[in-house]
Design a binder for this molecule. Sequence first.
Ligand SMILES: [Zn+2]
Length: 258
Amino acid sequence: MNQVPAQQLSDWLDNTLQARRFKDYCPNGLQVEGKSSISHIITGVTATQALLKTAIERNADAVLVHHGWFWKNEDPVVRGTKRRRLALALAHGLNVFAYHLPLDAHPTLGNNAQLARVLGLQPERDADGAPRLCGPDDLIWLGQCPEGTTLESLGKQICNALQRPPLLVGNSQQNIRRIAWCTGGAQGYMQAAVDAGVDAYLTGEASEPTYHLAQETGTAFIGAGHHATERYGVQALGQAIASEFGIRVDFVDIDNPI
Ligand SMILES: [Zn+2]
């Protein structure tokens, strides 16, 4: 079985995702050091106890996730669920790799790029092929839906692709030609999408004011699920690791209705 030194994988991931470019709410990269050599990785959206237990059952050497640990707004003490997660990783020598914003933003492997692929959205691109972005830290993508798309038809398509019904705010028959999207909990960025003049804004979650902003601007809002919109970047990254190093990488989807 092929193996890769944990340090080499860590360097490759940091490089590929340009992790140091981002100011983030959590450390990006190797968050918990485990075994020094890696032949099997479990990927998932969030480094929960359930994901760690699956990785341990399958004798994996590492987990790679979008939502890791040690968030800036959390209590830093190691108690409760945090202690239990950490204890599992340390007891079994599991490396924990996490990439938050770098994995949202990557132009081909990232959550936004991959969600466009899954939903059939056509990203707008600059002359050099780079995706056209807007909003805080350029995290929002801009693109087009196929001609004839309405809010209702887009909702059905999202439901099929993501296997869960989205929250739709707007007139079901309104045409959606130009759309902006940002995976996860980016409802707070909706004004930037409105300013960009799109017909609809898609993200994972909604907050109470989101509804009013959509109603009062006429920009449709689509809440397609935080977990559901962030399943695809880590899978694309896992495939890239498997082809680069020839090691085994398996995605485990532990569903989350939010
Ligand atoms: Zn997220």
